[in-house]
Design a protein around this ligand. Sequence first.
Ligand code: 4NP
Length: 153
Amino acid sequence: MKILMVCLGNICRSPMAEGIMKNKVEKHDLDVEVDSAGFEAFHEGNRPDRRGMATLKKYGIDISNQRSRLFNLNDFNTFDHIYVMDGMNHADVMSVARNEDDKKKVNFILNKIFPGENRHVPDPYYGSGDGFERVYEMLDKACDVIVNELKTK
Ligand code: 4NP
């Protein structure tokens, strides 16, 4: 099983989702690969946002080795599931999908806790305060559901 997390810059939300999911995969000894990507090249090659790294560090998760990369069409071949953070990411991925099989792989990650509601993980980049902490809490819950689904397969 291969899972790709997608946001806009691939420095805030999707790197956190990747780190949280990898941590759970390890804990549960699952045969799952996890990666993340974005659609905006502004931060390409950069480390995750330091606020996201600091938030995850509190929970014992180190994502400092991650580097921002762009989504590419081959990701549709590589990954079984593509989880997006918000409506813009969803539109971005769907706009480059080549066929129905590609489109079927794409889902809002928060649909794992709020099925069918297409809720957004708010972009914490420009905000202050507890934005990153709230992102962590949402992604942690959603990844728990994904893990439970994988364990019962
Ligand atoms: P992300 O947040 O999509 O969660 O990585 C963003 C980070 C940077 C920018 C946009 C979103 N930016 O345009 O620089």
